[in-house]
Every structure is written in C-alpha cells, then in structure tokens.
Design a protein. Structure first.
Length: 197
C-alpha cells in the first residue's frame, strides 16, 4: 500500500514535470521570448565588454604613469650629466691651479677641494647609472604594456564583432520561428481542408 502511494506521488510529479516542461517548450518557441533571451545575452556580453574596457583603461593608465616617470627620470639624467660635467671641470681646474702653484701629485690627491670634486663626480656617476637603469626598466615595462594593450584591443574588437553576430542571430532566429509557425499553421489549415474534402 505504501509503495503504491509512493508510485502514485512519483507519477503525479512526473505528470506535473512533463506539463511544466511542455509549457516551457511552448513558451521557448514564442518569438518574443526568444528575442528577450537574445537581448539578455547581448546585455551580458556588453557588460563583460565594459568590464574588459575598464581593465584595459587601467593598463593604459599604468603605461601613462610609466611614461611620465621615464620623462621625469630623463630630465633628472640630463641635470645630473650637467652636474657631473661641472664636477669634472672643477676637478680639472683644481688640478691645474694646484700644479701651477707647484704642488706634487701626492699633494694634489690629498687636497680638500680636489677630494670634494672627485667625490661629487663619483656620486653623480653612480646616481646617473642608477637612474639610467630605472629608465631602461620602465621602458621595458612600457613596451610590455604596449604589447598587452594591443592584444587586448584586438580581443575587444573580436568581442564587439561577437555581439553584432549575436544580434544578427537573434533576428534570424526570431524570423525562423515566425516562419516555422506560419508554415505549421498553413500545413494544419491545408490538412484540415484535405480532411474536410
């Protein structure tokens, strides 16, 4: 008895499921429903494209930041090169002045002014090397960003073409459904005429 009751409830569940599924198929065949589904797909794709565009915009912003950094560092390098050349010129003037006053080579190397000029020259040289390395590193990053952004722009174009393709498919699908329904109605009408005849 209990087993029969369980089978009856299962059969009732299958009946309801079948009717719901049948109703869903009828609704899914409605051109307005198909159009709405395609519109939803297009909206989702456009939303994904917007998120993708924002990510690419972030990469472009990072690239611009790196470009500004390279510009600033290049200006710094030019200034340091001028200061380095000035320190070298000052050291040469100091050596010439000390040689003119008859100082020995050892005395020149121990002179306070000469040491200051030489220290400044060495400091500018090391700072210059460091900044040039940073420029090279940033330029490599900029090139990497340029390649990545280019690839992403190609992807964005493909995604936009996909959206247009889905829009065209939507129109075709709706037209096919309407045409199929009209053909079915015509066939049913003709079948009805044949039966009546």
């Amino acid at each position: 008895m209990f087993g029969a009751l369980v089978r009856w409830f299962k059969a009732l569940g299958y009946l309801l499921t079948g009717q719901i599924d049948s109703a869903r198929r009828v609704i899914d065949a409605n051109p307005h429903v198909v159009r709405a589904k395609y519109d939803q797909i297009v909206r989702e794709k456009i939303s994904q494209i917007q998120i993708y565009k924002q990510a690419v915009a972030g990469l472009i912003a990072q690239q611009e930041t790196k470009i500004a950094t390279v510009k600033r560092l290049t200006e710094d390098v030019q200034q340091i090169e001028r200061l380095k050349a000035g320190a070298l010129a000052k050291a040469k003037q100091t050596v010439e002045r000390l040689q003119a006053s008859g100082k020995s080579k050892e005395a020149i190397h121990t002179d306070e002014d000469y040491k200051k000029c030489l220290a400044a020259y060495n400091d500018f040289s090391s700072t210059l090397s460091e900044k040039q390395e940073r420029i090279a590193e940033n330029e490599r990053d900029i090139e990497g960003y340029r390649k990545t952004i280019g690839e992403h722009k190609v992807q964005l174009q493909q995604l936009l073409r996909d959206v247009e393709k889905v829009k065209a498919e939507a129109s075709d699908a709706v037209a096919d459904i309407i045409t199929a329904k009209q053909e079915r109605d015509l066939a049913d009408t003709l079948a009805g005429i044949a039966k009546d005849g």
